[in-house]
Write a protein that binds this ligand. Structure first.
Ligand SMILES: NC(=O)c1ccc[n+]([C@@H]2O[C@H](COP(=O)([O-])OP(=O)(O)OC[C@H]3O[C@@H](n4cnc5c(N)ncnc54)[C@H](OP(=O)(O)O)[C@@H]3O)[C@@H](O)[C@H]2O)c1
Length: 333
């Protein structure tokens, strides 16, 4: 009789978050045994949805862990073959103390995760970075698409007070250096603005961007080009790069560049009754970003139409569009 192969055990950090929840869902559906780290296992508003995922009752174990507490990470990683490091603060706007609220958890947190990976003899790691670690580079040639060679300039992040991007840039750079030094098998993935359906109930920052366009009815918004990608496509890219254990380095994960006005026109034609912005301020800016490296691994992405429709369906199901209140988002939409 052939014995059934033991299921692979993996850990996902920040599992209750927007993107990580989809990663947990896909891992469970593929039969993995999943350790999910969250900061507060009793907070059902943030994490309750994890227990409702298919196969969660048999194959999901929730661990309390903070990125700044290495021991808690070591406990969550024990017995795992792989780690998906996704946790990181993603605030919707400025924070009062960026050093403590953004840089420290991103940089020291990632360092702690990778040290804990070595301790637990983890075989493969995916670290989720961001195009924030790619695009803030004023010296990149304007006519050339930004690819994995392009790094955000930390001085520029600092002077432009873009501390989220600063944290992501330093943490990703250090992670890749750590892997070179330690021999850890690792990739980093840099998604653009992630949109699409939500599994969790607490609204995350990038979903707020789309919700603000639907609800806030502002007089005017800047018509900036934004690179976007579907949350399920990012989760699939994370699994794809994990399984291709021979590949390493950075992977940009993005599908479309879309301006707010085009997106609003698209939404209006299907859902005319929401509280859209009344006018748009032209912004002369171009975004050229390439996911060719990821596509060569076999990554595909869903249509923008499907992405937006599924996002709206999930907002409707969660009652997020029925309220009259605005999102209160301060960022330019
Ligand atoms: N959404 C995007 O557009 C986008 C684009 C590019 C890259 N990313 C990256 O993708 C990842 C997930 O983002 P998301 O949009 O899914 O954000 P999210 O929904 O806000 O999730 C972030 C998660 O990080 C956890 N976290 C924050 N600080 C922590 C700490 N000190 N210790 C442990 N956990 C901590 C949060 O846990 P709590 O619930 O306990 O607060 C939360 O579960 C992040 O690394 C982000 O930088 C996101």
């Amino acid at each position: 009789m052939v014995e059934e192969k033991e299921k692979e055990r993996v850990c996902v950090t920040g599992a209750g978050g927007y993107l990580a929840s989809w990663v947990v869902k896909f891992l469970l559906s593929e039969g993995y045994l999943v350790h999910a780290t969250v900061r507060d296992p009793c907070d059902d508003e943030k994490n309750g949805h994890l227990k409702k995922l298919e196969k969660a009752s048999e194959n999901l174990q929730v661990f309390k862990a903070d990125l700044l507490d290495r021991q808690s990470l070591c406990e969550a990683f024990a017995g795992c073959a792989g780690v998906f490091h996704i946790a990181c603060p993603v605030p919707p706007g400025r924070v009062p103390n960026p050093e403590v609220e953004l840089i420290e958890p991103a940089v020291s947190g990632t360092r702690n995760v990778l040290d804990a990976c070595i301790k637990a003899s983890i075989k493969r790691v995916v670290v989720v970075s961001s195009i924030g670690a790619v695009m803030l580079n004023p010296n990149w040639p304007k006519d050339k698409a930004m690819d994995e060679e392009c790094w955000s300039d930390t001085d520029f992040c600092n002077t432009s007070e873009n501390y989220y991007c600063l944290g992501k840039t330093i943490s990703e750079f250090e992670a890749l250096e750590h892997a070179k030094r330690s021999g850890l098998s690792m990739v980093t993935l840099c998604p653009s603005v992630v949109i699409g359906p939500m599994l969790q109930s607490k609204v995350n920052a990038s979903s707020l961007l789309l919700l603000a366009l639907l609800k806030d009815g502002r007089e005017s918004v800047e018509d900036r080009p934004r690179p976007v990608v579907n949350v399920r496509d990012v989760a699939e890219a994370i699994l794809l790069t994990y399984k291709n254990s021979e590949v390493e380095g950075r992977y940009i994960c993005t599908s479309y560049v879309i301006r707010s006005k085009v997106l609003v026109d698209m939404l209006k034609s299907k859902y005319p009754n929401y509280n859209y912005p009344k006018s748009f301020i032209e912004v002369e800016e171009e975004v050229k970003l390439s996911s060719e490296k990821l596509q060569k691994l076999g990554w595909n992405y869903r249509s923008l139409d499907e992405t937006v429709n599924d996002a709206l369906k999930s907002y409707e199901e969660k009652g997020l569009l029925g309220e009259d209140r605005s999102t209160g988002l301060k960022m330019s939409a």
